[in-house]
Design a protein around this ligand. Structure first.
Ligand code: SF4
Length: 373
């Protein structure tokens, strides 16, 4: 097995079995804190010597969660709640839940009444995130969270701890972008499903270790000749880790040249500025993030960024992986698609859901898209 395959297998194993990672962490005497989307301050968990554990849901049938959420709430929230209620997340010391969208606003309350043994840490960010008052508000919330995490960890979280965690996270973000770029040139060595697994593994492992592996992977890929004969696309949306969907991409020789997916490169694209008070740098980063429907974005920078990504990547189109029942994504679709249309870039929208079993409509749509490219 080549070193590239070796790293890919290692990261795929982690991303396929997050529970094993959590068990290993607990067995080593380390505490873990659940981190829900979007943009929760993972660095503070890391700075406290605990393991952040990403919670983007799972492909599963939900039953218990339906007692708390109606059927028309997205499957990310349904499945995270289901995992909590059914004890699959037992061992977490807390869960960070933000208020990023209308559906998430009810998550903390639903969690508190249905999963009593894992306390909630609410994460509030300023809506007007780019102005000084917004940074100040976000920093005040981060300080509150720092105190809550310190209590759980049973130790102080110093500025030096946070600065060191920021450094680790900045390195991992740079490594993710370098890897995504390299994978976009090597779709044969790193097909869509492996690309997704490599990035996803970071949610469940030490980010310093993740950064090391991704940096090595990107360097090894750079030494290989690029693969030809693929249809280059940019993906956008919240989540694009469905194995069935990614298999359809592979069947149709689709190469993800770049992505604007919240669970993939969106977070990684923005570094935390190094500031004297590291909490201020973290709050400023929130003001600089772009490319996600849950961010207050009156000028639709998301659309401009997406068009630019498609041009830079030499993409033949954009695939919008639309999470079913996601209002923010549906609202963004019309203005962003208009921007892509104006730039002459074709857009294919595919609606996916974590409980979906039949992908035939998606298969036909992707085949038709591939034939047009
Ligand atoms: S932004 Fe969309 S996908 Fe994310 S939690 Fe809210 S409704 Fe669900």
């Amino acid at each position: 097995m080549s070193r590239i395959d070796d790293i890919l297998t290692q990261l795929e194993t982690i991303s396929r079995n997050p529970r094993a990672q959590l068990d290993a962490c607990l067995a080593a005497g380390k505490k873990a804190v659940g981190v829900m989307p979007y943009f929760c301050p993972e660095e503070l968990v890391y700075a406290a010597g605990m393991q952040p554990f990403g919670l983007w849901g799972a492909d599963m049938v939900c039953d218990q969660s339906r007692r708390y959420y109606p059927a028309f709430i997205c499957s990310i929230l349904h499945s995270v709640l289901e995992l909590g209620i059914t004890g699959k997340l037992a061992g977490l010391s807390a869960i960070m839940i933000p208020f990023s969208c209308d559906s998430l606003k009810g998550m903390a309350t639903n969690w508190e009444v249905s999963v009593k043994d894992i306390p909630v840490i609410n994460v509030a960010y300023a809506q007007n995130r780019k102005i000084d008052a917004g940074t100040e508000f976000t920093a005040s919330q981060l300080r509150k969270i720092r105190g809550q995490l310190a209590e759980i960890a049973g130790r102080e979280i110093t500025d030096a701890d946070i600065a060191a965690a920021v450094e680790v996270y900045n390195a991992d973000r740079a490594a993710i972008i370098a890897f995504a770029d390299a994978a976009g040139k090597h779709p044969k060595l790193v097909p869509a499903a492996k690309r997704s697994a490599v990035i996803k593994a970071g949610f469940f492992m030490d980010r310093a270790e993740h950064a090391k592996l991704l940096t090595e992977l990107a360097e090894l890929l750079a030494a290989e000749p690029g693969d030809r004969g693929y249809i280059r696309v940019v993906t956008t949306g919240i989540l694009a880790d469905s194995p069935a969907l990614l298999e359809i991409f592979e069947e149709n020789r689709i190469c993800i040249a770049a992505d604007q997916i919240a669970a993939e490169s969106v977070d990684a694209r923005t570094q935390t500025p190094v500031t004297e008070d590291p909490i201020i740098g973290m709050a400023e980063r929130y003001g600089k993030l772009e490319g996600c429907s849950i961010l207050f974005d009156p000028g639709k920078q998301r659309g401009k960024e997406l068009v630019e990504l498609a041009k830079q990547a030499g993409a033949e189109g954009i695939i919008w992986v639309m999470t079913k029942f996601c209002d923010p994504e549906e609202y963004d679709f019309v203005p962003v698609k208009r921007m892509a249309d104006a730039a002459g870039i074709r857009v294919l929208s595919l609606e996916v859901d974590r409980q979906m079993v039949n992908y035939e409509q998606i298969r036909s749509a992707v085949q038709a898209f591939a034939e047009m490219c």
